[in-house]
Ligand binder design. Structure first.
Ligand SMILES: [Zn+2]
Ligand SMILES: [Zn+2]
Length: 422
């Protein structure tokens, strides 16, 4: 099964949005404060995503090699640089967030099996490039605070406290897609995107009670769940974003750090993610290899007594929104499934010794994610949804993702899994 591994890297650099063929007044009119002399700097963070089959050692690629390639071919050259001058690509096309992502892809593609380059200028703005010509996605993050309740059509018994009026700080990520302008490096006027989000969404929803104040919910049977709010926001934004010359591609709405919804424009299904974590020890060593060989392959991770991590786990499902509940899945039931099949057997344990599966299989993040995928697939189906993705973050620098497609068979664990009972 294909696995995506993500490696984080960072660099500090400055840039200036300035085209020498334009006058000072024209540059200021076009780029605003970003045209100011001598430019401005950012702590850029980049996530390089690569895809491949898991090898016999439980890895897609040796991450230590990957780290060196990223530094040698990209971040090492960009760190402490003035981007406009460091690479010839940025003399032709300005080093905007979207263009830097695009050029880093071009520089790394000959060396690594890339599937995505994500570049964050800061925590509220990033670009994703996936190798499709000049097409780039740009995401802006914002938030609003609102009240809601899931009554009256749901029983308090089943939905508990959510039937009382309560509130959240919703975090909203709006992703637009377009083609990079060959001179300015931009797909769209970013300030205009932020204005659209402000005018069409934040102004309306911030400090409101969704059930009472927003006619879309107040005058219908539509329940203001995260799923339905994300869908509503996408309807508000689609046309004004299109008027800016780009397309709305995704609305991602976080009700909390543990629960969010992705609504991809054009898809009939909605995806819902719950995030959780477990703390566990592991040791990376292949049972058939010598200690010397294991240390050569896995480095410090092969030390005999093991080490541990706080694993951050994201479980993403896809499904249709149930019109009665406004939900893709019964969240309480989903959380119970994750607790029974994953957290109970994995948390505060030594994976190699306490989880029988890892007696023979090396518990790399990739293999853990694959095992979790196989454990959760059928119980999630029984809840009426489909497991779409498992993402496991082992450390700030390393994470991996397993996507389940409908045609996949459970390659490692074909038998129906049962929760571990204690
Ligand atoms: Zn709520
Ligand atoms: Zn480790």
């Amino acid at each position: 099964m294909q696995c995506i591994v993500n490696r984080r890297a960072q660099f500090l650099a400055s840039h200036r949005y300035w085209l020498p063929e334009l006058s000072e007044a024209e540059n200021m009119a076009k780029f605003g404060l970003s045209a100011k002399f001598p430019g401005q700097g950012h702590n850029y963070v980049v996530f390089i995503s690569m895809s491949g089959e898991l090898d016999e050692y439980g890895m897609v690629l040796n991450l230590s090699d990957v780290k060196h390639i990223i530094k040698r071919e990209a971040t090492g050259q960009l760190d402490f640089s003035y981007l406009n001058e460091v690479w010839p690509e940025f003399q032709q096309t300005l080093p905007t967030t979207e263009n830097i992502a695009h050029v880093i892809w071009q520089r790394l593609a000959p060396h690594l099996p890339l599937v995505r380059v994500q570049l964050l200028e800061h925590s509220q703005l990033w670009a994703d490039y996936t190798g499709e010509g000049k097409k780039v996605a740009l995401t802006v993050r914002s938030h609003f605070s609102a009240a809601h309740r899931l009554a009256p059509n749901l029983s308090a018994e089943k939905y508990g406290k959510c039937t009382r009026t309560h509130g959240h700080n919703y975090h909203l990520e709006v992703t637009v897609e377009g083609e990079i302008d060959p001179r300015t490096g931009m797909i769209v006027d970013l300030a205009a995107v932020n204005r659209v989000v402000e005018d069409y969404v934040l102004e309306l929803l911030d400090h409101s009670c969704l059930n009472e104040d927003i006619p879309y919910f107040a005058e219908s049977e539509i329940v203001p769940t995260t799923e339905n709010i994300a869908l509503y926001i996408s309807n508000l934004l689609r046309s004004p974003i299109h008027d800016l010359g780009v397309n709305l591609s995704r609305v991602k709405l976080f009700e909390s750090h543990e629960l969010w919804v992705d609504y991809n424009i054009g898809e009939t299904e909605t995806s819902l993610t719950v995030a959780t974590h477990f703390s566990a020890a592991h040791r990376l060593a292949h049972p058939n290899l010598s200690l010397e060989k294991n240390l050569e392959i896995y480095g410090k991770c092969g030390r005999v007594n093991g080490h541990g991590h706080n694993y951050h786990l994201e479980v993403t499902l896809k499904g249709e929104i149930d019109p009665r509940t406004g939900m893709v899945v019964d969240l309480g039931a989903l959380n119970r499934v994750i607790a029974d099949y994953v957290l109970e057997p994995f948390d505060h344990g030594f994976l190699n010794k306490d989880v029988p599966y890892f007696a023979e299989v090396v518990p790399t993040a990739e293999n853990i994610a694959l095992h979790i995928t196989n454990l959760l697939r059928s119980p999630v189906e029984e809840l009426g949804a489909r497991l779409h993705k498992i993402k496991l973050t082992e450390s700030p620098n390393n994470s991996c993702e397993i996507y389940c497609t409908q045609s996949d068979t459970n390659t490692v664990n074909a038998v129906k899994s049962e929760p571990v009972l204690v």
